[in-house]
Design a protein around this ligand. Sequence first.
Ligand SMILES: Cc1cc2nc3c(=O)[nH]c(=O)nc-3n(C[C@H](O)[C@H](O)[C@H](O)COP(=O)(O)OP(=O)(O)OC[C@H]3O[C@@H](n4cnc5c(N)ncnc54)[C@H](O)[C@@H]3O)c2cc1C
Length: 401
Amino acid sequence: MSEFEAFRLRAHDWLASVAGTFGKAARKGLSEAEDLALGRRYLAARFDAGFAGINWPKEIGGQGLSHIEKVVFDTEEMAFGMPTVYFGISLGMPVPILIRFGEDKAWVKERVIAALRGEEIWCQLFSEPAGGSDLAGLRTRAEPDGNGWKLNGQKLWTSWAQYSDYGVIVARTDPTQPKHKGLTYFWVDMRAKGVEVRPIKLAGGDSHVNEVFFDDVRLDDSQRMSPIGGGFGVAMTTLMIERYVATDSGGFGPPLDLFVDLVKGLEINERPALNDGRVRSAIARNHAMRAGLESITARAMQMLQAGMEPGPEGSLNKLVSVRSRQKLSELAIDLQGNLGFAFDEHAPVKDNWTTSWINAPTGRIAGGADEMLLNTIAEKILGLPQDHRPDKGVPFNQIPA
Ligand SMILES: Cc1cc2nc3c(=O)[nH]c(=O)nc-3n(C[C@H](O)[C@H](O)[C@H](O)COP(=O)(O)OP(=O)(O)OC[C@H]3O[C@@H](n4cnc5c(N)ncnc54)[C@H](O)[C@@H]3O)c2cc1C
């Protein structure tokens, strides 16, 4: 048995042993507050069992294992439906960036352990009303103030900001520079004076995204995580991590087995739906597509393990998987006739085709809209000419707004 297979079995056994306390059945009917509290308890248990921070260094509270063991554990964990959603962004991007760029190593270690145990949550404050796809167009500003900075402006679509203790943020520190050059990267205390979080209700009924306002919020210079004016580079590192950390060949929707199980119980024109050509083709296409995406991710993990940077092909993952999830969810609803429209706003996205379908459009925007991923594929993989960029090199304060 390979070391990875032995690890997979150990992970599976532990997950199965706690599934009754934290898994799908235990979560059924819980309010969001109760589910979050259960999630915090699950993360503490996962930490104590030695399955937290799998590929992070031991010195800061991780397990010192490889990226491959991390993917193995995540894949096993996903099947049990544990309450990890509140911590996905926190442990996915901001905390790894803190490990890499945080100055005060003792403080960083405390934060990392608190985040791994689910005691603290971090959010990612990048997008704004004028800076989403064009992140470098952001207008939140940090101005020098004594030995620190004063932060003013607004962020938008910040996932889980309402539960966050800290956030990583990109702000404009020099509007006289071209847009990519005048940005600086900080961490911010979400409980600081002048921070206001307002949840936004989404089509699926939940409110995990927020507007966040900053009104004269004081930042110490020790909260700076990039050179002054060097924030865009750290932001790009964050987004590169996102392309590979935030992957799921099912597009963050239900597993293909759930579709097969559904279809087994249905008929089309009094014949088993499983014999229908459209249904068989959907199953085959999705199986092949998911296997292809999983091999792109596996290759990226092996590259990371070997100390290399994976290429832009990570952009394919979300583009293809979320589009396919949307189509498959539509087919699942269609096949159920009127029953397909029954909508339970508490049903998890991964267990319910209607919830999956209604939430799919947000997945095609979050973490890079489809068109932006197509631009990346066109320019970086296919080598096509760059998109027209009329503001390239122009000082930010001279770009018409
Ligand atoms: C559920 C959800 C969670 C999110 N969580 C976070 C979070 O935690 N933190 C965070 O910082 N952000 C978050 N976001 C924001 C997300 O990153 C942005 O919504 C996304 O980058 C798109 O930006 P935008 O909304 O400003 O749209 P815009 O950039 O205004 O785009 C509008 C449309 O124009 C298209 N478009 C824009 N530019 C081009 C171009 N050059 N070529 C072709 N088409 C183009 C886009 O593809 C899109 O269809 C989240 C969004 C969602 C929906």
